[in-house]
Write a protein that binds this ligand. Structure first.
Ligand code: HEC
Length: 154
């Protein structure tokens, strides 16, 4: 019993101690002027999918849940959000060249069809971000149409 008590005390002290290590969650930015919805025709159903399944990591409008403020989960959220935004940021979409936009549309369709995005670890907690076959088709039909529009427009 005594050693169990000591063990629990040690764990609690460690959990409190790691709260002092900063997680550096990427900052949000309310500026929507370069958002993908400003330059692409984002339909309502696509908007819902992007916002619930992608925007937490691929935009400047991350919704940070309580556990993103508590170590060690805060470190993981900070890392995924930072890396996700670096790879693709829907809030900076209009900065991209046409070639880049077409490339991203292709990658989005591929990764979503292969169920590599949204990340597995994310959908475990955010159940509604686990996309149905129908939602995947809605999204990939849309990326293909948007890409064709860009390519046909000189
Ligand atoms: C939990 C955070 C998270 C969510 C949610 C998420 N992503 Fe990602 N995404 C990442 C990270 C981190 C990377 C970079 C590392 C990697 O490829 O695994 C990435 C990479 C990508 C890339 C590759 C970009 C490149 O240039 O190679 C695409 C495209 C992408 N994500 C699309 C999406 C789409 C579309 C959704 C929603 C359906 C989504 N992601 C949801 C974190 C996330």
């Amino acid at each position: 019993m005594k050693s169990l008590k000591i063990f629990i005390i040690v764990i609690v002290v460690i959990l409190i101690g790691i709260q002092l290590i900063p997680s550096a969650l990427p900052k949000n930015n309310p500026d929507l002027s370069k958002d993908i919805s400003k330059t692409q025709d984002v339909t309502d159903d696509v908007k819902i999918i992007l916002h619930k399944a992608c925007y937490d990591c691929h935009s400047n409008q991350t919704v940070y849940p309580w556990y993103s403020k508590v170590a060690p989960s805060s470190w993981l959220v900070a890392k995924d959000t930072r890396e996700g935004r670096e790879e693709l940021n829907f809030s900076d979409w209009s900065d991209l060249s046409k070639r880049k936009k077409v490339k991203y549309f292709k990658e989005i369709a591929e990764l979503v069809e292969e169920r590599e995005m949204p990340m597995k670890i994310y959908t475990v907690i955010h159940r509604d971000a686990a996309l149905s076959d129908e939602e995947i088709k809605t999204l990939t039909d849309w990326t293909k149409a948007q890409s064709n529009l860009l390519l046909s427009d000189n």
